[in-house]
Design a protein around this ligand. Structure first.
Ligand code: ADP
Ligand code: MG
Length: 335
């Protein structure tokens, strides 16, 4: 399992894109435009087909970058999320109000295990070149400033308790897909596959075969393919942003009750939804909840989910099981 923790950004990116390499037969024919770039701290790939494909592929790139720099990036001063985290009270754009409303709702539905007000805690876990395990004191202090109880939203006004940090990292890539989807429809694009890190938009008629990465395998290998129609599919994995210290592996999906990486036997969760925001948020939430609780949460939202465990079991919700084909050795689908 060692070596699964890829610290170098570019490696993460390549791994992720391989994970979600949506090999649509659909795209075998010509007038397809493909663009690949780095945005939102990850690898983005846009394959677009249609009359205005070239234009649209460029437009997707601008759109994703702008969403990040203007709204979601915590590291861009002046972005909406930066304003939120520096003011006690912020008047939100209608879009941001809707994102936060929906994400707070996922938080409630998850019994608090999904929490966008966990930034103070996740900031203690850096996954850069010199990662380290935070001390118990540090975690306790950061937890005392965290939790959606520290936020209140009334109309467009968000009030935030001092020291609490809002982090939309669990859903930003999915939000990007929703924006891309409405952009492609305005541009009258016939079909597209756009991946932002581990979140993929499948757009257009027909069906798509999406690969889900083998957590133990090489970057390009898939555990399985899933046959899907148009929609969004997001994978959250414990192999994504992680490091090892003292023989133990630490990753970026945290239990809001302890501030520690979730250890529940899962290595990845994939959620399928019409909504990019939901597929992304729920993949993170379902990871924290575990296979049983996660499947229940997905069902409440009418979404399908696929869980991969450390012992190479693939657990599918009923609606998606017939569409899953396991490719890698050693994996078994749980009946
Ligand atoms: P990625 O960003 O790698 O695609 P996810 O969508 O699973 O992964 O989101 C993980 C990110 O969400 C973390 O990096 C952190 O910023 C944030 N996060 C971690 N734990 C939680 C949690 N329990 N609830 C909400 N957000 C979380
Ligand atoms: Mg997510």
């Amino acid at each position: 399992y060692k070596g699964a923790c890829k610290l170098k950004k570019i490696l993460i990116a390549l791994a992720v894109v391989a994970a979600v390499a949506a090999a649509a037969i659909f795209f075998a024919s010509s007038n397809e435009v493909k663009r690949e770039f780095f945005a939102m701290d990850t690898f983005v790939s846009a394959k677009v087909k249609g009359f205005a494909a070239k234009d649209a592929a460029g437009g997707v790139s601008t759109l994703v970058r702008e969403l990040d720099s203007k709204q979601l990036s915590r590291y861009t001063s002046g972005s909406e999320i930066s304003r939120i985290n520096s003011e006690a009270e912020t008047v939100l754009s209608d879009e941001m109000r809707d994102y936060i409303t929906e994400l707070l709702e996922v938080g409630k539905m998850s019994g608090g295990k999904f929490d966008i007000a966990l930034g103070a805690v996740s900031d203690l876990w850096s996954f850069n070149d010199s990662p380290r395990v935070p001390s118990t004191d540090e975690l306790t202090e950061a937890l005392s400033r965290s939790g959606s109880g520290k936020l209140s939203l009334s109309g467009n006004t968000l009030t935030r308790a001092d020291g609490c940090i809002v982090d939309l990292g669990s859903a930003g890539k999915g939000i990007a897909l929703d924006k891309v989807k409405s952009y492609l429809s305005d541009k009258k694009i016939s079909s597209a596959v756009v991946s932002v890190g581990g979140s993929v938009l499948l757009y257009g008629k027909g069906s798509f075969n999406v690969g889900v990465r083998d957590p133990w395998g090489e970057a390009g290998r898939s555990v399985m393919t899933v046959k899907l129609g148009a929609g969004c599919v997001s994978t959250s994995g414990s192999y994504e942003r992680c490091f090892e210290q003292g023989g133990k592996r630490y990753h970026h999906i945290l239990d809001p009750d302890t501030g520690l990486p979730v250890e529940n036997g899962l290595v990845s969760v994939t959620v399928i939804s019409d909504s990019g925001l939901l597929s992304d948020a729920l993949s993170t939430a379902c990871f924290v909840l575990g296979a049983e609780g996660g499947a229940k949460l997905a069902a409440k939202y009418g979404c399908e989910a696929i869980f991969i465990t450390e012992d190479k079991k693939v657990i599918c919700t009923d609606g998606i099981k017939p569409n899953v084909t396991v490719l890698a050795d050693g994996y078994t689908v749980v009946e």
